[in-house]
Design a protein around this ligand. Structure first.
Ligand SMILES: Nc1ncnc2c1ncn2[C@@H]1O[C@H](COP(=O)(O)OP(=O)(O)OP(=O)(O)O)[C@@H](O)[C@H]1O
Length: 249
């Protein structure tokens, strides 16, 4: 069964691609596929983009398994059905995390760091030059406010950057809203793995709470100011560094 992507999703993807030069001719892209709604939308949008783009590029979906008894059979079958190459990277992250549980306070970030390392090493093994992640505008806004409130930093999630190992990380969905991605999987009857998929939630609830709080705060702000996310999107491209508290040296 074929899927239907909304005009909005494809036009946002096209614009973001053009604006930040995310997907380029000859690219071989590792696409991080958790099985959640965001990365599922991403693989389908990339497949459609492949069909539409006037140049050739390749991509491979890669799922990191944490060694906690996950079953990705359905996800693999879904990829097969849609002609998308899918690789599962088996790891022992869960066991490692259990060993570290007393020493480390944030397991969510532990999983995330480990996962990133595995995605990079698989990308190198497969000869990929880019790694695509399924973060969207709501993630960028939440990260921004979390960094602001908890870490005293002005930081968000870049659409494109080069990692120290030379791989280019891209976020093709970064200008899309989470609700658009949820609508895509729902409208197409695609089974997605739950939203709060941080596997660390089995033994660490601190980070998801902070994120949930941010989500809540942003939802309230958006009610008061419906243009909030459009404005944030514009603001992230319009930064007056000089207006902050910079020292001269
Ligand atoms: N186990 C995994 N294997 C491969 N890639 C992953 C995995 N988990 C997350 N990613 C990648 O990292 C991105 C961000 O992860 P995060 O857990 O923050 O996402 P999410 O909000 O749960 O998104 P999704 O709905 O795609 O799971 C995902 O969109 C995906 O591209």
């Amino acid at each position: 069964m074929s899927v239907k992507l909304s005009k909005k999703i494809m036009s946002k993807l096209g614009k973001t691609n053009a604006e930040f030069k995310l997907i380029e001719e000859g690219d071989k892209i590792l696409v991080g596929l958790s099985g959640g709604k965001d990365s599922l939308t991403m693989i389908h949008a990339m497949k459609e983009q492949q069909r539409r783009a006037p140049f050739a590029f390749e991509f491979i979906a890669v799922t990191v398994s944490y060694g906690m008894g996950e079953n990705f059979d359905k996800l693999s079958a879904h990829c097969r059905e849609h002609g998308i190459q899918h690789v599962i990277k088996e790891t022992q992250t869960y066991d490692l995390a259990k060993e570290k549980i007393r020493k480390n306070s944030s397991f969510c970030s532990f999983f995330s760091r480990m996962r990133r390392g595995y995605l990079y090493s698989v990308a190198k093994e497969l000869g990929c030059n880019k790694v695509a992640l399924g973060h969207h505008m709501d993630d960028a806004a939440e990260s921004f406010f979390m960094n602001f409130i908890y870490n005293g930093q002005m930081r968000s999630l870049a659409p494109k950057y080069t990692a120290q190992n030379g791989l280019v990380v891209i976020r093709p969905l970064i200008q899309m809203r989470e609700r658009q991605l949820r609508a895509f999987v729902e409208d197409n009857g695609i089974e997605a793995i739950g939203d709060e998929a941080c596997p660390a939630m089995r033994f660490d609830v601190k980070m998801p709470y902070a994120r949930a709080q941010m989500k809540d705060m942003l939802a309230k702000m958006e009610k008061e100011h419906p243009q909030l996310f459009t404005s944030l999107n514009a603001a992230f491209k319009n930064i007056s560094v000089d207006s902050f508290f910079m020292t001269e040296d």
